[in-house]
Ligand binder design. Structure first.
Ligand code: FES
Ligand code: FES
Length: 156
């Protein structure tokens, strides 16, 4: 397989030895041990696996929230992947979106939280991408089974 080159949390990576149908979620969790990105449905329905992907388009870096469970590695060539681990280093202050989740009590079990956070981070990094979107639309692809959506919307 031709090398697939992209970045993960700012560090360049080159993948040469994995099957082209390896998903980004499998790569992150199994091969990189970046287990902050969660696997729920594994078919693009729940948003637990949401990460932020940057791509150079029309002369600037555009950021989008994507479901890592349905994204095959070759589609990432030349792009930048940001996971929840890349938001703030250990012992450093939380990213403002993470801080808002804490302050608004927007997580109980926390399984869905990285996905919600990364969807909101994508919107924050690239507001033009969803300029007409209501907050509800930004997180419409993310499901939470235990907290309830009121505190999540407040955090958002
Ligand atoms: S694990 Fe549910 S959308 Fe990816
Ligand atoms: S906090 Fe438990 S699923 Fe959302």
């Amino acid at each position: 397989m031709a090398p697939i080159r992209f970045t993960v949390n700012g560090a360049p990576v080159e993948v040469t030895d994995l099957h082209p149908t390896t998903t980004l979620l499998q790569y992150l969790r199994i091969h990189r041990r970046l287990t902050g990105t969660k696997e729920g449905c594994a078919e693009g329905d729940c948003g637990a696996c949401t990460v932020t992907v940057g791509e150079w388009l029309d002369g600037r870096l555009r950021w989008r929230a994507v479901n890592a469970c349905i994204l095959f590695l070759p589609t990432l060539h030349g792009k930048a992947v940001l996971t929840v681990e890349g938001l703030s280093a250990e012992s450093q202050p939380l990213h403002p979106v993470q801080r808002a989740f804490v302050d608004h009590h927007a997580a109980q079990c926390g399984f869905c939280t990285p996905g919600f956070v990364m969807a909101l981070v994508a919107h924050r990094l690239d507001p033009e991408n969803g300029v007409h979107l209501a907050t509800e639309d930004v997180i419409a692809g993310n499901l939470c089974r235990c907290t309830g959506y009121r505190p999540i919307l407040d955090a958002a």
